[in-house]
Design a protein around this ligand. Structure first.
Ligand SMILES: [Ca+2]
Ligand SMILES: [Ca+2]
Ligand SMILES: [Ca+2]
Length: 148
C-alpha cells in the first residue's frame, strides 16, 4: 500500500487500486490470441468453434484481398499486416506466412489455400481436441508459431 493510499479514505483507496488495475491492464500488450478471439468469437462465449474459425479466416482473406482477384499476394498481406494488426512487429514477414500454407508454392494464396491453412491451424491449436478454441489455446498456438 502506498503512502498516498494510507492517507486516503477507504473509498478513495478503492478508486486508487482499481485505477492501478486499469493501468496495468492497459499496459499489458494485447496478445495476438486475444485479438483473434475478438475477431472470430461471434457468439462471444470465449470459445471459437471450427465454423467460427473458418468464417473468420474467410473474412480475413477477403479483407486482405484488396483488389478482389481471389488471390492474396505478398504485397497484399504486407498491407494487411500493417493496417489490421496492432503489433505487426510480432508477426512473421508476409512472405514467410504465405510460404507456410502456399500449397502450390506460387508465392501467393488462393482462397482454398488460405482456408486449408486455417483449418490446419485450427486443428494444431485445438490442444484438447474438443473442436473449440479457448483464448489459452489460441495464445499457446500463436506463441508456438512465432517461435518456429
Ligand atoms: Ca488480390
Ligand atoms: Ca498459392
Ligand atoms: Ca479446445
Amino acid at each position: 500500500m502506498t503512502n498516498l493510499c494510507k492517507r486516503s479514505a477507504t473509498a478513495a483507496c478503492v478508486v486508487c487500486s482499481s485505477l492501478a488495475f486499469t493501468v496495468f491492464a492497459d499496459d499489458k500488450p494485447a496478445s495476438s490470441g486475444e485479438e483473434e478471439m475478438k475477431l472470430m468469437d461471434e457468439s462471444r462465449d470465449g470459445r471459437i468453434t471450427s465454423a467460427e474459425h473458418a468464417a473468420g479466416a474467410r473474412q480475413l482473406f477477403l479483407k486482405m484481398d484488396t483488389d478482389h482477384d481471389g488471390i492474396v499476394t505478398e504485397g497484399e498481406m504486407q498491407i494487411a499486416q500493417k493496417t489490421m494488426l496492432t503489433k505487426p512487429s510480432k508477426t512473421k514477414p508476409a512472405a514467410e506466412k504465405i510460404k507456410v500454407i502456399d500449397t502450390n508454392q506460387d508465392g501467393s494464396l488462393s482462397a482454398e489455400e488460405h482456408a486449408d491453412g486455417a483449418r490446419r491451424m485450427f486443428m494444431a491449436m485445438d490442444a484438447d481436441g474438443d473442436g473449440q478454441l479457448t483464448v489459452a489455446e489460441v495464445q499457446a498456438g500463436h506463441d508456438k508459431m512465432l517461435r518456429e
